[in-house]
Design a protein around this ligand. Sequence first.
Ligand code: SF4
Ligand code: SF4
Ligand code: FES
Length: 538
Amino acid sequence: MPTLEIDGRAVTVENGLNLIQAAERLGIEVPHYCYHPALSISGNCRMCLVEIEKMPRLQIACNTRVAEGMVVRTTSPKVKTAQAAVLEFLLINHPIDCPVCDQAGECKLQDYYMDYGVYRSRFPLEAKVEKRKVVDLGPQVVLDQERCILCARCTRFLDEVTKTSELGIFARGDHCYIDLFPGKRLDNLYSGNVVDVCPVGALTSKDFRFKARVWYLEKIESICTRCATGCNIDLYHRHGQMYRFRPRSNPDVNQYWMCDEGRLWYKELQTESRLLRPLVRGESDFTAVTWEQALSRVVDTLRRVKEEHGAGAIAGIIGAKATNEEAYLFARLLTEQLGSELVAGLSWSPANASHDDFLIRADKNPNTRGLQALGVLNGRTSAADILAAVEQGAIKALAVFGIDLVTAFGQEKADKALSNADIIVFDTDHTRTTEYADVLLPIGTAPETDGTFTNYAGWVQRARQAFPPPGEAKPGWEVLSLLNAKLGGTEHMSSAEVFAELAKKVPAFAGLTYGKVGSRGALLPELARAAEPTMAQA
Ligand code: SF4
Ligand code: SF4
Ligand code: FES
């Protein structure tokens, strides 16, 4: 563990770190373009020059490893002159696009010019080298060759991470440009990540282009719920509308990346089919009612069925898109408040679901592992058994939470069962199952709900509520909490309260709190213990 001095402050860090990483430990920013922690060192942009005592020339921090006794200066006059010169060089041929560039507001050229540049240009505008603009690279990405600073982050991502090598650098000198290799399209499953690694506005997202200025958007930490990996994301939104998902780094889950399918998943969460008000079935069609009326109808139905047929005539099926908190409260409603043993989780994905050996899982449910850990999935009973019992008439009231049983079991099977009982559906959207509902309770999607999901590897991760559900819909945990209270249980005031109770009562989650889960997630305790080094290994 070498100790070195950076800008007069001592720091002791692990061997093998470079000077950008070591400075970061002290909260010192060394500006850089081509360096990216998940890619090989390229050392081409020269923006990270620093002064090192006893070395005659400035050195690039990205390719200089820490050493014992090193004395580094990142703000000396020599360094400042070099930084301004590098910026001036990079901007010589850069177009004056900021007013129309999607990267404006999060562009490293803009940021560094203000922090390390601010000089009068010595180059006439008309002398700039012109290159191609709006180059269509593939389904997700557009290239503007003039804006590129040739840092080679995109080519290294495609060479080293996806290993698909669609892009290359062509020509020489100030005529160099990024382009597709002949016959190639940038259409791999992770192509959107090149937009994230591009430090300037050269690579932009077709989906996000010209939709919003980034400084108007709010950002919240969340996770992608498109598959069982649960890639960490930043969710960008405004006035209850989502604009984009971008990957947030988590070395244990998704490193720095996410797939294109997940990146566009936000669109599926804000469709026209959203349920906006509680509905109850009238003579011919649904009637919109207040929450009080809808919940009373649910309670009356459940009490009546229990009185007439016993607790064994009530059952519930919950989809693995529900949060841990929702699954816990749903199971508690059925077992503790109503005395039924018939609660089953259902993790359904299409037979041809996309998957690979990197991030994309064929399980398109974000919480299969959570439902297993809670004992709801693969427990004493299955969703198929419950549906068969409904069909046979043994179950008279069925609660269905966040799963389309018609899609999962087929129209014929579902029709036979669902026409045979009182059906209470909790869902975000109209589905073929909601058509069978007697009471329809509108709930929030993951971005509209506070809660946790447990990914396939056992990482419990938080999704934070970005904005409230639309219309009169409520977060699922809140609806379940109200129902539990109406049936004599305690009412929870927040999902954090639900999680605290869950962690007390369910051994698989013992000791976990929202604080421990934090931004990076926490392993299920049993897995965390197994991962701890033994005395001998330590
Ligand atoms: S397109 Fe962006 S990431 Fe690729 S080399 Fe140019 S500036 Fe770097
Ligand atoms: S791999 Fe799965 S969790 Fe990650 S972004 Fe893609 S769909 Fe979302
Ligand atoms: S970041 Fe060091 S040379 Fe580019």
